[in-house]
Design a protein around this ligand. Structure first.
Ligand code: TXA
Ligand code: MG
Length: 327
């Protein structure tokens, strides 16, 4: 089907209260009209997501935020100006008109202007806010391709806009701007690390933001973003021994690491290399497809060597830790 026709169908589906999966630069989203309570209810059902977990409302342009948020602090406007469109979600005080179904009953709302051209086209054509969590079932790995969305959600979503593989690969940085804290760091709190790093934020707010905090964000649960295979974080030094040990116990092993980590290692020949990356950006881009791949080929244990914490490396290590989820 041609692109404009598909976009038109998707826009009409959203207006009719149906769900539409669409690409963003981070991961694919499962979208619903953020003002339609029935559509939002369907969204939570399809996701299998508890009703008290808020979803991010996607907007077409930064000025739209005043239709959704009130008492917007200047630090939030500075961050929007610096990083939108892009992989940053701002948690702000919700305008009274915002459906509490979208906010999980909270009086705050997560807002983001994505940068993927197809997402922006859809938002522009729809003309309103699109509530969209990642287009996977609750607790599982976020999809970074249209094919992964179809595998996960099957017939529960009829329209999947294909925008190719996601360029970033891990979910947006979430920054809470609702605390009444003044001072050098602007009172912001990073609830989830992402491609907009602490250093990027610090450059705009003129101070180091606080890390961690909310318990209402499912992406911050200890076990989340998890494949069916067990994920273990190992160091380069531990990798070969651990692979051998598990293999002796009859386990099928998959490895995710940077090429430089594997260069001098003697891994058992049966080891499946799920992904090898060069840079931390590439690590982020390939991580979720590697974890999905592990499940598709029936790997029992994924041994992953975390990247260094620079840049998006911190976000990758955060997601690996949650995929390993207490195991
Ligand atoms: O990159 C992304 O952010 C992707 C794409 C599709 O935009 N979306 C995504 O959505 O990751 P989801 O629903 O899987 O994760 C949204 C996160 C959750 O951890 C949620 O709790 C948090 O955002 N969130 C949303 N609104 C919030 C609020 N008012 N207060 C605290 N956390 C909020
Ligand atoms: Mg998610």
């Amino acid at each position: 089907m041609n692109h404009n026709r598909e976009l038109d169908l998707a826009t009409r589906a959203l207006r009719a209260g149906h769900l539409v999966a669409f690409p963003t630069e981070t991961v694919y989203g499962l979208g619903a009209d953020a003002t339609n309570d029935d559509a939002l209810a369907r969204l939570f059902t399809v996701k299998g997501r508890p009703a008290q977990h808020p979803v991010i409302v996607h907007l077409g342009a930064a000025p739209d935020l005043d239709q959704w948020a009130r008492d917007v602090p200047s630090v939030a406007r500075d961050l929007a100006a610096a990083f939108w469109p892009g992989p940053l979600t701002l948690v702000l005080r919700a305008d009274a008109r915002v459906s509490r179904r979208a906010t999980g009953g909270l009086d705050t709302v997560g807002l983001r202007v994505p940068s993927h051209p197809v997402a922006l086209e859809l938002l522009d054509a729809f003309g309103g806010g699109i509530a969209a969590p990642s287009a996977n079932r609750f607790g599982r790995v976020s999809p970074t391709t249209a094919a992964a969305v179809r595998t996960d959600l099957g017939d529960d979503v009829t329209i999947v806009l294909d925008g190719g593989p996601c360029a970033v690969g891990v979910e947006s940085t979430i920054v809470d701007c609702t605390e009444d804290v003044d001072g050098a760091a602007g009172g912001i709190r990073v609830l989830r690390p992402g491609a907009v790093t602490t250093e990027h934020l610090a450059a705009v707010i003129g101070g180091v933001p606080t890390l961690g905090g909310s318990t209402r964000a499912p992406g911050t649960l200890a076990s989340h973003y998890a494949p069916h295979a067990t994920v273990e974080l190992v160091t380069t030094i531990q990798l070969a021994n651990r692979a051998q040990e598990l293999m002796r116990r009859g386990q099928r092993i998959g490895v995710i690491a940077r090429g430089s980590d594997l260069a001098d290692l003697m891994l058992p020949p049966e080891t499946v290399t799920l992904a090898t990356m060069t840079t931390v950006d590439e690590y982020a881009r390939l991580l979720y497809s590697a974890l999905r791949n592990a499940d598709e080929i029936g790997v029992d244990v994924v041994l992953a060597v975390a990247p260094p914490p620079d840049g998006i490396g911190a976000a990758v290590t955060d997601r690996l830790g949650r995929a390993a989820g207490g195991r």
